[in-house]
Design a protein around this ligand. Structure first.
Ligand SMILES: [Zn+2]
Length: 323
């Protein structure tokens, strides 16, 4: 199992393991595409590896089962319901199941991936078991941010932040996945060291279209050209609710980057268009950037509420240009 980047997280984990002070609960958090799930799987494999070195050997039966996602002691509780999340019932079932001895390993690891929507009652039902789990039980949660959890949960888990990879690491990883250098350069121009998002960009036509529309919209805002902004925002692709939601979020990130650059020239960009964000930073005040951010946020809420996207986008154009 190859993990790119996140060497700090891996070495911290290894040293906790070797010192015999391995926590029983982890929260792996960070943006989409940075490898949280694979890191969770890696930790679970390391906990269960028969060689017990803190690094999955990749050869023992346990590691081979973990790699193939068939290890009976690595348990992924099911997400269900309207919000497709972990319900109170599922969490109660986990609490009861946690007291049953492992199937064939030395431990049992429960992995709650994408726990962003986990509701408060469900979190509450897990409090006690997360605080005092049986000796052989471990919990790993993954989420985009720590904020989705109750402080009482946060205080009981060891947070592990994932980060973007270095330029070289990202090139190497994408190369190994079979992409050629021009594809890699193109993807990295928009998604930097985020390997997952680079891959998504190369595999998913819609994301490529949205990325290009987002950059064009940013260019129009930079020169305050309402007509060209309106042209971009009336693109047929943005009539789709999901697509327009992603577009608004990506555009908001460029605005966020421009503020970050204004406040600190060494700020690390998170948007798909760092060069655009730099230009925007020269052209607008923090105050107007905040106004644009508010407009984009309220438009995103309207999109989720199914407001007519054509009317919405044309109103948004005016608001942005006048911010
Ligand atoms: Zn092993």
């Amino acid at each position: 199992m190859k993990i790119y980047g996140n060497q700090f997280a891996l070495s911290t984990f290894e040293s906790m393991f070797k010192s015999g002070r391995l926590p029983h609960s982890f929260l792996i958090y960070g943006e989409k595409g940075l490898g949280k799930k694979i890191l969770a799987k890696y930790l679970a494999a390391a906990i269960l590896c028969e060689k017990g070195t803190g690094i999955p050997c990749g050869e023992c039966r346990s590691c081979r089962n973990a790699e193939k996602n068939v290890h009976p002691d690595i348990i992924y509780p099911e997400q269900s319901g309207k919000l497709n999340t972990y319900t109170v019932e599922t969490c109660r079932h986990v609490c009861a199941d946690a007291f049953i001895a492992p199937n064939n390993g030395s431990a049992k690891v429960y992995i709650f991936t994408d726990a962003d929507n986990i509701q408060l009652p469900a979190q509450n039902s897990l409090l006690k078991i997360v605080e005092e789990p049986p000796d052989f039980v471990y919990f790993i949660f993954t989420a985009s941010s720590k904020d989705v959890f109750l402080p009482t949960i946060i205080s009981r888990v060891t947070p592990v932040g994932v980060s973007v990879c270095s330029h070289d690491e990202c090139i190497r990883a994408l190369g190994l996945k079979g992409y050629d250098s021009s594809q890699i350069t193109e993807a990295m121009e928009s998604f930097g060291g985020n390997i997952g998002m680079c891959e998504e960009y190369l595999e998913n036509d819609s994301l490529r279209v949205i990325t290009s529309l987002t950059k064009r919209a940013a260019d129009s805002i930079i020169v305050r050209d309402e007509y060209s902004l309106l042209t971009v925002m009336s693109s047929p692709e943005l009539k789709d609710r999901q697509m327009s939601g992603v577009f608004l979020e990506m555009l908001d990130r460029i605005v966020r980057d421009s503020v970050a650059i204004k406040l600190n020239e060494n700020a690390v960009p998170i948007s798909c268009y760092p060069r655009g964000a730099e230009k925007l930073a020269d052209r607008i005040s923090v105050r107007s950037a905040e106004k644009i951010h508010d407009c984009l946020n309220s438009a995103a809420a309207d999109v989720r509420a199914n407001v007519n996207s054509i009317l919405l986008m044309s109103a948004l154009c005016g608001e942005i240009i006048n911010s």
